[in-house]
Design a binder for this molecule. Structure first.
Ligand code: P6P
Length: 281
């Protein structure tokens, strides 16, 4: 797994440079979800593919920016599912963005995740890894190496509330749930970037991030393989939980590689409140 973490670090350094110094404009292409791709999306995807393709333990690469997975070593052990630059349009307004990686075996179902990692490109470049040894925070140094900073653990209850999705399309029980957290004194922390928003809750010790099914998007917006499963794995390894409102996210499987799902990530007490709110819906 260290070989894969090293590859993520190498890609992160190149992608961080691209964010800071290259064109953040739109390309003429669309990805398979219909999003118009930024030149940064395509460049970040190419950086990752170029760095991962020679790794013989990697069997295939599935990117949010590509229609189908690409096989690189038939005998490889790991399937990588990744979002090369999540929230890339936020780079244009100088907000933090991130890369997300799921390291799977056999197939891209939640139960077959063996490790997960992400990189946050913000005032500092930080990488978080999650595996059987727990959740660990690393930070990029001036000498272009990543130094271990600390282990990450979630408290049973937090103070932050990151409510995603278009509010006018929230279902009534979801709106009541979000309002309950605010009435309890939770503070709004939502940038529109999944990676920095979930990173903040992890580093601050707890809270709740939600991207629900809405009247216009009943299956939610965030992708199972590239975004949701990796963060579900990370939140569980940090002592939290991750559900779709009822079901544990890591018990789900994608019918198609770009499938989406409603998702809630958070501390145990907050996730129990989500279960209660969604019990009869
Ligand atoms: P909304 C960014 O486009 C993204 O995929 C995630 O990073 C983020 O959590 C979500 O969409 C934001 O979506 O609808 O709240 O703007």
């Amino acid at each position: 797994m260290q070989e894969i973490y090293n590859a993520i670090q190498s890609a992160a350094i190149k992608i961080d440079y691209a964010i800071k110094h290259e064109d953040t404009g739109y390309s003429d292409n669309q990805n398979s979800t219909g999003d118009i791709q930024l030149k940064l999306d395509i460049h970040s995807d190419n950086i990752i593919e170029e760095i991962f393709a020679p790794i013989t333990s990697v069997k295939a690469l599935a990117s949010e920016e590509k229609a189908e997975p690409v096989t690189v070593h038939e005998e490889g052990r790991y399937l990588i599912g990744y979002d090369p630059l999540d929230g890339s349009s936020l780079a244009d307004v100088n907000l933090s963005v991130g890369s997300i990686f799921g390291i799977y075996e056999n197939d891209y179902s939640g139960k077959n995740l063996k490790a997960a990692a992400y990189v946050v490109y913000g005032p500092r470049v930080e990488m978080v890894t999650a595996d059987e040894e727990g959740v660990k925070l690393f930070r990029l140094n001036a000498d272009h190496t990543f130094a271990f900073i600390r282990d990450i653990k979630l408290e049973a209850k937090g103070k932050l509330n990151a409510p995603g999705g278009t509010q006018k399309n929230w279902l009534p029980h979801h709106k009541a749930l979000v309002e309950h957290f605010f009435a309890e004194g939770y503070r709004l922390r939502y940038s529109g970037g999944m990676v920095p928003d979930l990173h903040q809750i992890l580093l601050k010790g707890g809270g709740i991030f939600s991207y629900p099914g809405t009247s216009d998007k009943p299956a939610g917006k965030l992708r199972k393989v590239f975004e949701v499963f990796p963060f579900a794995y990370i939140y569980e390894k940090a002592g939290g939980e991750a559900i779709d409102g009822k079901t544990r996210l890591l018990d789900l499987s994608p019918e198609h590689i770009h499938d989406t799902t409603p998702c809630f990530f958070g501390s145990k007490e907050e996730i129990q409140k989500v279960r209660n709110a969604y019990a009869n819906h």
